[in-house]
Unconditional design. Structure first.
Length: 73
């Protein structure tokens, strides 16, 4: 399951493309709850909520620091 993620991250790193890998955040904050609909690979309401939370945090951090170009930590 992690192979597509690794391939994309490798590509983004090689091409110096800004990205945010949400998987570690989702995994850490899901608390064992399901993040995807049972029969497909799309996020359910919890998955969307956690992704939105992390993305909003990143935008707020970057705006507060005046950063717009470098990769997130």
């Amino acid at each position: 399951m992690g192979k597509p993620q690794r391939l994309l991250i490798d590509f983004f790193d090689r091409e110096d493309i800004l990205y945010l890998d949400l998987w570690p955040w989702l995994k850490e904050h899901a608390g064992g709850r399901e993040l995807y609909f049972p029969l497909d690979a799309h996020w359910n309401a919890l998955g969307h909520s956690l992704a939105a939370e992390r993305l909003s945090m990143l935008v707020a951090e970057r705006l507060a620091d005046g950063r717009t170009k470098e990769k997130p930590e």
